[in-house]
Ligand binder design. Structure first.
Ligand SMILES: [Fe+2]
Length: 380
């Protein structure tokens, strides 16, 4: 069924960051991390200097990927402070660029979505932007952004960064990450169905792909996953829940530390994952490691496969990049370690070669790699 509106590519996300960036630094630590380690560039800023009295927002950008890192400026800030105490650093909001905000909000309301903030407008010299915000799983929200003909730097109220060019970006190679491929939400036990159904009911998404715990399990833990997507299939939102195993599922570990449902990982698409991971490793980014036995098995299995991986398998192994495939194509993917102290959010880098899956064939290898770290944390 064709929907009567369009939800296009995810274009920005609000991230929370707290603690040490409360000091008056022009380029605080979280933004600096994404710039130096991940190859983002300073893009826009909103804070005391621009008239924002309650929160500061550092916007970092890499091609079509935009993260907005937000922290409270004042003691006792309700919205940001409470989220930060409960969840630690995490993804508070995932925003979608939309073409017909009125139609989306009307439909969401008719179908009973919780509206966090009804349609509002913001203006500056670049023009007008319209927004609305709805509640999805846990404390996570979606903001719909209708830009119209707005031609400012980012959104109304934002100015150029206080430090427009970080000197470190002049000397480090560009990882060339292009766009958000998918964003995964972890749910508590038995809440996956409801979370997936929320997207079907309120945003007219449909199911794209799913796996159950008979397909994704190790000796110790298991998960189930449903991927929902918009009509155009430009937004992919896998929804996970833990499944019973001999020990604690990694999904349950996330839920325990995050304090409920929330975003587990953001996958960033690139056309050249080998160069991207070489460059990210040279920047000191840390990734999960994969046992050599994974590559031994993979090389044997690929001999029997119709698909030919053009990348050098020895280079993929050296960089710990995972491969999943079917008869028509393959994907290459790798997962970072957690990007904050709590074992919650991490990032993925992915390259697709005519393959639209999510690496089900790699979940076991990924699980086993995560479980090594989970055991080291005393949580397995
Ligand atoms: Fe993923």
């Amino acid at each position: 069924m064709r929907t009567d509106y369009q939800l296009r590519q995810t274009v920005w996300k609000d991230w929370l960051w707290g603690g040490e960036n409360l000091r008056a630094s022009p380029d605080p630590m979280a933004a600096s991390y994404y710039i130096s380690r991940m190859g983002f560039q300073p893009h826009a800023y909103s804070g005391l200097e621009t008239g924002s009295r309650n929160v500061v927002r550092h916007v970092v950008r890499q091609n079509r990927i935009i993260f907005v890192l937000v922290s409270p400026l004042n003691p006792g800030n309700e919205e940001m402070g409470r989220h930060l105490i409960t969840h630690g650093d995490g993804v508070k909001d995932i925003a979608f660029s939309v073409e017909d905000l009125d139609a989306i909000v009307k439909k969401a309301k008719e179908r009973g979505a919780k509206i966090v903030k009804d349609i509002w407008e913001e203006n500056d010299e670049g023009g007008k932007v319209r927004f609305a915000q709805v509640q999805t799983y846990g404390d996570t929200t979606h903001t719909f952004v209708e830009r119209g003909t707005y031609n400012g730097l980012f959104l109304p109220g934002y100015k150029r960064p206080l430090v427009p060019v970080d000197n470190i970006t002049k000397t480090l190679p560009d990882p060339k990450l292009d766009f958000v491929d998918h964003i995964v939400g972890n749910q508590p036990d038995l809440e996956m169905e409801d979370a997936a159904a929320w997207y079907e009911k309120h945003l007219i998404f449909h199911r794209f792909w799913s796996v159950d715990d008979t397909q994704i399990h190790t000796e110790y833990s298991a998960l189930r996953s449903i991927v929902v997507t918009n009509w155009e299939e430009t937004i992919k939102m896998p929804i996970n829940e833990p499944a019973p195993g001999r020990r604690k599922s990694q999904i349950q570990e996330f839920v325990d530390y995050y304090g409920g449902a929330g975003v587990q990982h953001i996958a960033l698409n690139t056309k050249d994952i080998i160069s991207a991971i070489r460059h990210l490793r040279s920047r000191g980014m840390e990734f999960l490691s994969v046992p050599n036995s994974y590559y031994d098995q993979l090389k044997e299995k690929l001999k029997l496969s119709k698909v030919k991986v053009v990348e050098d398998m020895n280079v993929l192994q050296e960089l710990n990049i995972l491969v999943d495939y079917d008869d028509n194509g393959y994907l290459l993917q790798i997962f970072t370690k957690n990007v904050q102290d709590r074992p919650t959010v991490f990032l993925e880098v992915i390259q697709r070669n005519n393959h639209s899956g999510f690496g089900a064939g790699n979940f076991k290898a990924l699980f086993e790699a995560i479980e090594i770290d989970q055991a080291a944390r005393g949580n397995l």
